[in-house]
Design a protein around this ligand. Structure first.
Ligand code: CDT
Length: 312
């Protein structure tokens, strides 16, 4: 048995005017709850230090940069690392990263139980658009503010387990999970900010948004025999509601824990990394069953090409 007691630290809304220090206080409260619950690893949402700023069209680069972190930890976030270290809890959280070279990424970090960073992941699948779209009731400008991640899908040895990360929209792409699965990932941690209300599909209900989130995470867990911890930033940010429904999914695809609110809420589950062994050695024994001679299109093309050669 290789048990990790995991806390999925869902966070409620963060308004545009909320300073990082106020958010950090909330993260510390969740860490204290996690300590009381016996957690040894806590996962926070995507871009968890600020409001989901890609909904705002901002032309001034200095203002854009004000949403980014140029180092990690930094004075605002150091208290989170200090509390995690004091509790002996490893953490993973998402933030907007500006590198010393001036590059911008949507990033998630992972620490060990001493709060030392063991690795980072930069979001590969960036949804939305890059220019102001007057047709939309709200913007989704991730393609404007971030570059696609340049680190691939790394997997790290941490706490006697193989761990990888995805970020939000990545969870909808089976290729992302498979990249991690092919490196033996036993635990996949991801955070998300998923708007409710879709100006491109006004009929889509909030429950459909939540269903698709669960469906994607459960499929990714089952098809790679890995634990998936999916953590929302939820609630209403300045009139823009976000999908809640954080979940911890077992390697057989079943939901082990699920959030009940759209606010700050800690889900706790004791996750046995050895529970991944059955799936990895039977139906998803990749070495025996995968037929890579038939998978060329997966990496050879992006869009659809019909059998008659026309492009979709
Ligand atoms: N943050 C993020 O990636 N959100 C996307 C919204 C897609 S709709 C433009 C998601 O997949 O949840």
């Amino acid at each position: 048995m290789r048990e990790i007691v995991i806390g999925a630290a869902q966070m409620g809304a963060i308004q545009r005017a909320d300073p990082r220090e106020a958010v950090v206080d909330r993260m510390i409260t969740l860490l204290d709850q996690a300590k009381s619950a016996g957690c040894t690893l806590v996962v926070f949402p995507e871009l968890c230090l600020t409001t989901f700023f890609p909904r705002w069209y901002i032309e001034d680069q200095a203002e854009v940069d004000s949403w980014f972190e140029t180092e990690m930890p930094n004075p605002a976030t150091q208290p989170v690392f200090d509390r995690a270290r004091a509790h002996g809890i490893a953490i993973s959280f998402g933030y907007a990263e500006k590198t010393p070279q001036g590059r911008h990424f949507n990033t998630q970090l992972l620490t060990d139980a001493r709060a030392d960073i063991v690795g980072t992941y930069r979001k590969v699948h960036l949804p939305g658009h890059s220019e102001f779209d007057p047709e939309r009731s709200f913007q989704h400008l991730e393609k404007r503010y971030f570059e696609p991640g340049d680190l691939g899908f790394p997997v790290f040895r941490n706490m006697d387990a193989w761990m990888g990360m995805l970020i939000c929209n990545d969870r909808r792409w089976p290729e992302a999970y498979r990249e991690l699965g092919l490196q033996g990932a036993e635990l996949i941690m991801l955070g998300y900010n998923t708007p409710i209300g879709n100006s491109q599909n006004p009929d889509e209900s909030p429950s459909m948004r939540a269903f698709h989130s669960e469906l994607s995470c459960q499929a990714g867990a089952y098809q790679n025999a890995a634990w998936v911890v999916a953590v929302a930033k939820a609630g209403d940010e300045d009139g823009h509601p976000l999908c809640a429904g954080s979940i911890i999914v077992a390697p057989d695809g079943t939901i082990a824990a699920k959030a009940q609110t759209d606010g700050d809420e800690l889900l706790v589950h004791a996750c046995d990394m050895d529970a991944t062994e059955f799936g990895k050695s039977t139906i998803f024994d990749f070495k025996r069953h995968r037929r890579i001679e038939h998978y060329g299109r997966i990496t050879g093309q992006t869009g659809v090409i019909y059998p008659d050669g026309t492009k979709g």
